[in-house]
Design a protein around this ligand. Structure first.
Ligand SMILES: NC(=O)c1ccc[n+]([C@@H]2O[C@H](COP(=O)([O-])OP(=O)(O)OC[C@H]3O[C@@H](n4cnc5c(N)ncnc54)[C@H](O)[C@@H]3O)[C@@H](O)[C@H]2O)c1
Length: 246
């Protein structure tokens, strides 16, 4: 019960890493607000998790959605800016429209989430967890938009951590950098490339540990960052990547 009594809002909570974090947080005693645009998935997960969970429709790119969601929560201890998409393609392939879409969700969405989290939590303190990626640290020729977006998330995280520290808010802000993790986002990427088997084998090969990761292995670090075990941890990058950044 490492999160007993805490309330966390998790964007992209209907699927993949967000759903795994919601499940683990409830198991650790937290109440969770699952925030997503996938209403059917989010409602089903909230029903499965019982009275410690509820679903809100929240498009992370829409400021009015953030205002309404945060307003509906009495006390908030943790915001996990996890919703994201992955646009495949190199600089010659990705269109301006695709690039803007990637940044709108993965960067503007995180900016808004942090803005509303700070406003809500600055009186009592809390934890902001931003989902970046190993792709925010190591670049790949075929992920130009995603690389840029996830690097922006990591650096923005440090600015927010510095501001909250300087302001005496008691809010920590950290980023998580997963390697390749088995979630539905992988299928969405494989559907965008002409050689999915080769791409998948390449993902496994870059992890010295010899496999890709599981959502539960990412939920474990999120528990630490949301809990009072991490009260001296801010502005940090957590690489949970099977050694692929070695
Ligand atoms: N799976 C991986 O290998 C991996 C690796 C590194 C980082 N990440 C990051 O982890 C996060 C979660 O990814 P996942 O693998 O669970 O993917 P996923 O596709 O399973 O889940 C993403 C969720 O975000 C939601 N979403 C998309 N646009 C949204 C919007 N505008 N507003 C609210 N919700 C929205 C989707 O509906 C979905 O439920 C993403 O930010 C992703 O970039 C994933």
């Amino acid at each position: 019960m490492r999160l007993n009594g805490k309330t966390a809002l998790i964007t992209g909570g209907s699927s993949g890493l967000g759903a795994a974090m919601a499940k683990r947080f409830v198991a650790e005693g937290a109440s969770v607000v699952i925030a997503d645009i996938d209403d059917a998935g989010g409602e089903a997960l909230a029903a499965e998790l019982g009275d410690k969970a509820r679903y809100v429709h929240l498009d992370v790119t829409q400021e009015a959605d953030w205002a309404a969601a945060v307003d509906s929560i009495k006390t908030l201890d943790c915001v996990i800016n996890n919703a994201g998409i992955t646009t495949a393609g190199n600089i010659e392939q990705v269109t301006l429209e695709q690039f803007r879409h990637e940044f709108e969700i993965d960067v503007v969405g995180v900016f808004l989430g942090c803005k509303y989290a700070v406003a809500k939590m600055k009186a009592a303190g809390g934890s902001i967890i931003n989902m970046s990626s190993l792709a925010g640290i190591r670049a790949n020729a075929d992920l130009v938009a995603y690389n840029g977006a996830k690097a922006a998330v990591a650096h923005m995280t440090k600015s927010i951590a510095a501001h909250c520290g300087k302001s005496g808010y008691g809010i920590r802000c950290n980023s998580i950098h997963p390697g390749v993790i088995r979630t539905p986002i992988l299928d969405k990427v494989l559907a965008q490339v002409p050689n999915p088997d080769e791409v998948y084998a390449g993902w496994v090969a870059v992890h010295p540990i010899g496999r890709i990761g599981t959502p539960e292995e990412i939920a474990a670090i999120a528990v630490y960052l949301a809990s009072d075990e991490s009260t001296f941890t801010t502005g940090a990058e957590f690489r949970i990547d099977g050694g692929s950044s070695i």
